[in-house]
Ligand binder design. Structure first.
Ligand code: ATP
Length: 449
């Protein structure tokens, strides 16, 4: 039976999760600090780690990195307050499997545990493929048209888009519409593999070729032979692995680490990135020749906030999925929920919407999903963002203005930091303030970046 590690300094949360999982037959272990959790991971094997983002000794990102150093295949799910959702999205870019927001819903944990302990791959990587929906947004329709056109050609494709916009979905769509459809589709999240292990993950290794290479390993290139290899977050590969990758693509052969015998492989590569690789090339972090090789055809996916015409279409789709999965009968969204969905920015795109809707369906008892079932932060964000001035009376005027301005300032700062690739000095320059002021504001607004 699968064993699950729960890392949280709140004993009540640990015990509550443990009880729910035990009821469903899962074995669990508890750690009240990051270091205690990592110690357990070294001693025993686990098929899932549930980890609070804020721990007394380490944060979720540190834990995630250390778990991935030990074994890239263990899925890590981060538990976070909804206010941390941007951080959760960042953690997913670093290889976290998913995030759960507090207050935790036990059904959510159990369904995730069931889903994850059967497989160690990302949900999108399993053989179960949910419906691929297109919607009405011209940008996305165009992207799908391109995907359909390029699918049978065998060209390598680069898919650009923010996290959760459906890059892996589009890659699978291309695979399913190509002559390789009956061969493997192998997805690798290059952002989740520790840099020093990426070469071995991609190309394989022979026993003893480096410390820790206790047996022979077949790389994903060979696993995908005849099919499609999806390299997500390709910009995270180190320069030396980029060199090996380019050679593999040009020569259509793969050489395992520690061996001198190239083996023929026939693999179509679809790469994905959530930032433009051209900038990485300019900054000398990504090889230009490799970019040209993987970018025979580029597809750009728009973020959900720029697909207003599809917001309700996808929300409805995720509502139906959640009804099925959780055996609920939520038939529609209330008017204010629709408004909120339109106004919210969805930094985690489709994945975030899917999570928000699923959780709200779970919390709803009737047929109508009301805003009470939504995370407070989403409701607040939406009321602060638009219609400034609406509903202000004399008593709360001053307070509302303050709330509006600080809300807007916080958003601008977060966006600037994200746009600067989390480089705070660069963000400060863009905002035309000095670094110290930026740090003060980060502290003042509790920005978690
Ligand atoms: N076209 C679509 N139709 C239906 N569901 C979709 C579609 N695109 C994305 N989704 C949903 O959104 C989730 C996230 O999609 P996906 O994993 O493809 O995003 P991604 O861009 O590869 O994310 P990341 O960059 O974080 O790896 C999927 O699991 C799926 O539930």
């Amino acid at each position: 039976m699968a064993r699950i590690l729960i890392i949280d300094d709140d004993i009540f949360i640990c015990k509550a999760i443990q009880k729910q999982l035990a009821n469903k037959g899962f074995r669990t272990e508890i750690a009240f600090s990051g270091n205690a959790g990592l110690k357990l991971l070294k001693e025993k094997s686990f098929s899932l780690v549930l980890c609070d983002f804020r721990l007394p000794d380490k944060d979720g990102l540190e834990i995630l990195r250390e778990v991935k150093q030990m074994d890239t295949r263990i899925p890590v799910v981060i538990i976070t307050a909804y206010a941390d959702v941007r951080m959760a999205v960042k953690l997913m870019k670093q290889g976290a499997y998913d995030y759960l927001t507090k207050p935790l819903q036990h059904e959510e944990i159990v369904s995730l545990a069931k889903q994850l302990t059967g497989t160690t791959k990302k949900s999108g990587s399993s053989d179960v493929f949910e419906d691929f929906l297109v919607g009405e947004n011209p940008g996305f329709k165009q992207a799908v048209k391109f995907a359909k056109k390029v699918a049978p050609t065998g060209m390598s494709v680069l898919i650009e888009g923010e996290t959760g916009t459906g890059k892996e979905y589009v890659a699978r769509y291309i695979h399913r519409n190509s002559s390789r459809k009956n061969k493997p589709f192998v997805a690798v999240d290059c952002g989740a593999i520790p840099k020093e292990l990426a070469g071995s993950e991609l190309f394989g290794h022979v026993k003893g070729s480096f410390t820790g290479a206790v047996g022979d390993k077949t790389g994903v290139f060979q696993q995908a032979d005849g099919g499609t290899l999806f390299l997500d977050e390709i910009g995270n590969l180190s320069y030396s692995v980029q060199v090996q990758l380019l050679r593999t693509l040009q020569e259509k052969t793969v050489t395992r680490i520690g061996e001198n015998k190239p083996v023929k492989v026939d693999v179509r590569v679809i790469a994905a990135t959530n930032e433009t690789l051209t900038r990485q090339v300019e900054e000398n972090n990504f090889r230009e020749d490799l970019l040209h090789r993987i970018n025979e055809f580029k597809i750009v996916l728009p973020p959900l906030r720029k697909r207003q015409e599809d917001i309700l279409f996808f929300a409805d789709h995720f509502r139906k999925l959640a009804n099925e999965e959780l055996d609920q009968q939520v038939e529609q969204f209330s008017d204010d929920v629709r408004e909120i969905f339109f106004r919210y920015e969805w930094p985690g795109n489709m994945r975030e919407m899917k999570n928000v809707v699923k959780r709200a369906v779970l919390l709803s008892s009737g047929e109508i999903l009301s805003s009470r079932a939504l995370p407070e932060e989403i409701v607040q964000f939406s009321s602060v963002q638009t219609f400034p001035g609406e509903g202000i009376n004399e008593n709360n005027q001053e307070q509302t203005l303050k709330k509006l301005t600080s809300g807007a300032e916080k958003e601008i700062i977060i966006k600037a930091i994200e746009a600067a690739g989390y480089n705070k000095s660069k963000a400060a320059r863009t905002l035309n303030i000095d670094r110290k002021t930026l740090y003060n504001k980060i502290r003042q607004y509790g920005i978690d970046i």
